[in-house]
Every structure is written in C-alpha cells, then in structure tokens.
Design a protein around this ligand. Structure first.
Ligand code: HPA
Length: 275
C-alpha cells in the first residue's frame, strides 16, 4: 500500500471520530493486557468501537472488540485505545500503528503506552511497574518500512530519546508521592506468540533488556515518527529468569496484571492531572 494511502486512511478515521465528538484529546493512552481499568476514572464523552472507524482493522483473533474512548481524565481531554492489535494476531505493523497516527492527527501530543511484560532483571518482582526508558526492537520488522510520507514524519526519525525523559521523571516523582514503587528499564519486543526459551531470556538479559513483551515498540516508533512525546509503563507479570524458569500460565499473567492495575491507573491519572 502506498504512503499516500496511509495519509488518506488516517484522514478518514479522523473524520469518523470528529463526526462523533468535538473533544480534542491532548493525551492518548493505549491500554495493555489486563490494564483497562483506567477507563473507570474517565468522564466519557463517547465510545467508538474500532469496527466503526474506517481503516481500523477488523479483529481477526482479538478476543473482544477494541474501543476508542474519548472523554476527560483528571479534567484533561483524553483518548484511550482499549484493546490493541498485535503482530502475533497477523496484523501488519501499519495496521497495528494506525491508531497512534489517528490519535496524533486528532491533536494528541503525549502518548502513554502500557503493557504486560515478563521481567528479566533479577531485582524485579511480580506486579512491579517498570517505567520504560528505552527499547530493543527484536520483531525483525519496522513499522516505517516502505515509502515515507514526509507529511507524516521524517524518513529517518531520530531515536535518541524514544521515551520522553522529563515526563518519565515526573511519573517517577508522582509514584514516590503516591507510595508506588516503580522500576526503570529497557523493554525488548518480540513478535510472539510463543513465549521465549531459557536461552532466549539469557540472551535478552545479556543484551541489556529488563523486560520482554510482544507490543508497544511498533507503536512507540510511530509515535516518535509523528513527533509525539511517548512514555511506556510495563506491568511485570512474570519472572523470566533462565535458571529458575517456571512455565508461564496466561491466567496467572492476567491475575497479576489485574492486581497491579490500580497502581497503573493511579499513576497515569496523577500524571495527566499535572499536564
Ligand atoms: N514473554 C514473557 N513473559 C511475558 C510476556 C512475554 O512476551 N508478556 C507478559 N509476560
């Protein structure tokens, strides 16, 4: 597909959203697995199922339909993507990242991404929140491959600071005030869906990763391409220590994410309040 087509697809999606609400979101939040509770903090203006937004791919494997929610969070206009697309579901990176481009076109300047991740740093504990300081893209693919539309962003976007440093530091200060322990670390992204082998976990740790997951990195690359400030929060749902590895139970990952979710929700709400 040509990049001209991409701009047209963004515009069509923006038009559909504008037809439903006049709210101009400043902050965009992509909610990860089991981390959807933030929506309860919002004064909702409208909910738009992804199926009603042109260009948003129809769910193939996604167990539930995604929804774009617009409203106020801590008094600030916000857009929340409840449900994200993953590479392992068979979507292209362009499909996966279109929602980020749409949020940017709607006026968002700060993009917040949450995810559930496996902990590689031996100091981490289950349920910890890791503020993402950097990432390693091991998906073997990049969402910006293909012709570049200069109206959307530069051909070679700088990645010297993919996660906005001051905003991440502010998040850390707010966490201290709220009594929420946070970690900092590097997030490595693989496509999945198979989980990693012990040798892969050892490799990931050796190359400097603190957590591993199957999302976020394509979206952050596109957020940077769009000129957004991006920040990432990982909920450490399981420990991936190669010499003490236990089989991962997806139910357990969901349980830990649900347990840690209120911390994530309080932190993000506190951050948005300071904007
Ligand atoms: N790998 C290992 N553990 C995880 C992951 C992953 O991609 N996501 C959440 N926990």
């Amino acid at each position: 597909m040509s990049s001209k087509g991409l701009k047209e697809r963004i515009d069509a999606a923006v038009e559909a959203v504008r037809g439903r609400t006049s709210l101009q979101p400043e902050v965009g939040i992509t909610l990860g697995t089991g981390l959807g509770g933030l929506v309860e903090e919002m004064e909702i203006d409208c909910r738009i199922p992804y199926a009603e937004i042109p260009g948003f791919p129809h769910p193939r494997v996604m167990s539930h339909e995604g929804t774009l929610i617009l409203g106020a969070l801590a008094g600030r206009p916000a857009a929340v993507l409840e449900g994200r697309y993953h590479v392992y579901e068979g979507y292209t990176l362009e499909e996966i990242t279109l929602p980020v481009r749409v949020l940017s076109a709607l006026g968002v300047t700060l993009a917040i991404f949450s995810n559930a991740a496996g902990g590689l740093n031996p100091q981490f504990e289950r349920g910890d929140i890791m503020l993402v300081t950097d990432h390693i893209n091991l998906m073997g693919i990049n969402p910006l491959i293909g012709p570049n539309d200069d109206r959307l962003g530069p051909r070679f976007p700088d990645m010297s600071q993919p996660y906005h440093r001051e905003t991440t530091a502010r998040l850390e200060e707010l966490a201290l005030e709220l009594g929420i322990r946070t970690r900092r670390g590097v997030y490595a992204a693989l496509t999945g869906p198979s989980l990693e082998t012990p040798a892969e976990y050892r490799f990931l740790r050796l190359i400097g990763a603190d957590a591993v997951g199957m999302s976020t990195v394509p979206e952050v690359i596109v957020a940077v391409h769009c000129g957004l400030r991006a920040i990432g929060l990982s909920c450490i749902t399981d420990l991936c220590l190669p010499d003490a590895l236990e089989p991962v139970k997806i139910q357990e990952i969901l349980r830990v994410a649900a347990e840690a979710e209120p911390k994530m929700r309080r932190l993000v709400t506190a951050l948005v309040r300071t904007l």
